[in-house]
Design a binder for this molecule. Structure first.
Ligand code: PNS
Length: 159
């Protein structure tokens, strides 16, 4: 059985993330979306909020589950017996960083392979950072994030 992890911060989840989830779920038996609980990073959403939004958005995908992790990705992968890491590549600028992480993870845990999905062109420019910047100024984010999370993002900036 092939179990894969799609790790990320998902702060917030974007349409690009959902596209990668839907497409990679078709390639494996089980896909675990791993939400990084990074206490050092000043995140907009608590990890539980990110997990719950992702659960809501993927509820129609039977082989997708959502979990959170802290520490190293390879340790999380070992703990859930996953052997594949999925990452999305938007542009060549993503590549160097992603290559480094993939090679490091493979070096320390030989059983793990990273596969990259190229982002669909219509989502290639979307990043969580830009979504936050846009939303913080009251900009229209409906092109970038799934409908159910739009209001939750604005609500964070109203506080
Ligand atoms: O959505 P992001 O922030 O680009 O995701 C980055 C993520 C979560 C994949 C990466 O930071 C990660 O795996 N962090 C866990 C710690 C780790 O294992 N780092 C990689 C080895 S240096």
């Amino acid at each position: 059985m092939k179990r894969a992890i799609y790790p990320g911060s998902f702060d917030p989840v974007t349409k690009g993330h959902i596209d990668v989830i839907e497409r990679s779920a078709k390639l494996v038996d089980e896909l675990v979306v791993g939400v990084l609980n990074n206490s050092a990073k000043n995140s907009l959403f608590l990890v539980d909020e990110r997990v719950s939004m992702l659960k809501e958005l993927t509820s129609s995908l039977p082989n997708v589950t959502i979990d959170s992790f802290d520490g190293l990705l390879v340790d999380f992968a070992k703990s859930i017996h996953a052997t594949i890491v999925v990452r999305g590549l938007r542009a060549v600028t993503d590549f160097e960083y992603e290559l480094q992480i993939a090679q490091t993870n493979h070096e320390v845990y030989n059983d793990i392979e990273t596969i990259f999905l190229t982002t669909r062109l219509e989502y290639a420019y979307i990043s969580s950072t830009i979504v936050k910047e846009f939303a913080s100024h009251g900009g229209d984010i409906s092109h970038f994030v799934p409908e159910p999370v739009i209001e939750r993002i604005y609500a964070k900036y109203r506080k």
